[in-house]
Design a protein around this ligand. Structure first.
Ligand code: SF4
Length: 379
């Protein structure tokens, strides 16, 4: 298939839905005893709701919306640390737009900007580098955020700053990794997961082998998936087929984009610039071992945490979630967004209480956008 329309072909979608129904019946999945499939990536969550796939698939298939939106899993304490850096008079703090409204204990970056902090939206770390070149008397900080998808571009900006000797540029590094939270979820004895839809964009960088532990150590299938509706339906079918045949493997539905061994150039940049943190805090999930990256000593001049004495290594304190916020329970599949007492009441996209309502890829925002008040009433 060459064109997007082919990936949205209704006839193909209908035949995939029939095949999914047959497989779901074969494994005995019912509304009362569903097969739980977690889509890890926030982009997949958004696509599932956008195309109504959760409503179209067999009633015995339940999608669990995993912790794959980096804005959603950013804890309050890290937002606080951003604001602590951004409010320094010498700093120009740069960030992608979707991080502006994530709430911390002292409000969001948008509110800090309204209070007078010099916070600017950028489209890439290269924009932040250019700001640093044009403002040699200011400290330009880039808010490095995201999974393996965005990690290489931040690494390249640090390498470029080092080459140029641009010492008024630094990165507040919040890059996180996908395999470790999956492991943490699988280690949770309350977790009911039968299989995974693996992230497409992350896997373009890391390939498919970092997921080998899922079938090997936990006996669960995972299928790396694309983002079109037929990609997702085919991936659900592949997961169900593995279950029906008693197999658990890593399969690659998105082979047109995802190379088995990942992207060598990106992986080399990641390896040169970052090392693993012993642990990193995730909103709703707590500290997860080795799930975050920090900037290596060799690039310490470009590390905002070292430069401004904040964050890990500076006596930081994790902050509890706001009262009544159920983001952690939603992200681990324990409840649906509409079951959160704040959904549509104390928490809407305009006035988010929790992070899952902030980013368009967050499960709560997706429920609100594509179900909204109807979804609330349906509950
Ligand atoms: S409705 Fe708001 S507070 Fe509740 S889980 Fe969703 S984002 Fe969190």
């Amino acid at each position: 298939m060459k064109f997007a329309s082919e990936f949205r072909d209704p006839a193909l979608a209908r035949s995939l839905l029939s095949a999914i129904a047959a497989r779901a019946d074969q494994i005995g999945a019912t509304r009362e005893k569903p097969c739980h499939i977690m889509e890890i990536c926030g982009g997949h969550t958004h696509a599932i709701f956008r195309y109504g796939l959760d409503k179209l698939v067999h009633e015995g298939i339940e999608f669990i919306h995993g912790p794959g939106c980096p804005v959603c899993v950013l804890p309050m304490s890290r937002v606080d640390e951003c604001i602590e850096i951004a409010e320094r008079p010498e700093v120009i703090f740069t960030t992608f737009g979707d991080a502006m409204r994530v709430p911390g204990t002292r409000g969001s970056l948008l509110q800090a900007k309204a209070r007078g902090a010099d916070i600017r939206m950028v489209y890439s770390p290269l924009d932040a580098l250019e700001l640093a070149r044009r403002n040699p008397d200011r400290e330009v900080v880039f808010f490095g955020l995201g999974f393996e998808t965005t990690t290489p571009s931040t690494a390249l900006s640090i390498q470029q700053a080092a080459r140029e000797g641009l010492r008024n540029f630094s990165v507040f590094c919040n890059h996180i990794t996908v395999p470790e939270p999956i492991k943490a979820l699988l280690d949770d004895p309350d977790m009911l997961l039968d299989g995974f839809i693996g992230p497409g964009h992350v896997s373009m960088v890391i390939g498919t082998h970092p997921y080998d532990f899922i079938p090997r150590d936990y006996g669960k299938p995972i299928v790396v998936a694309g983002f079109e509706p037929t990609d997702l339906l085919q991936s659900v079918l592949m997961v169900l087929t593995q279950i029906a045949e008693g197999r658990a493997e890593v399969e690659n539905q998105y082979a047109r984009v995802v190379p088995e061994h990942g992207n060598a150039v990106s992986l080399a940049a990641i390896a040169e610039v970052y090392e693993r943190r012993p642990s990193f805090e995730w909103r709703g999930l707590g500290e997860i071992d080795a799930s975050g990256l920090r900037i290596r000593e060799a690039f310490s001049d470009w590390d905002s945490e070292r430069k401004f004495g904040v964050g890990y290594g500076a006596g930081r304190q994790p902050q509890p979630e706001p009262e009544g916020c159920a983001c952690g329970a939603v992200m681990t599949g324990r409840i649906k967004p509409t079951a959160c007492p704040q959904f549509g009441r104390g928490c809407t996209p305009e006035m988010p209480l929790g992070a899952l309502m902030v980013s368009s890829e967050g499960a709560c925002a997706a429920y609100w956008q594509y179900g909204g008040a109807r979804g609330l009433a349906a509950e």
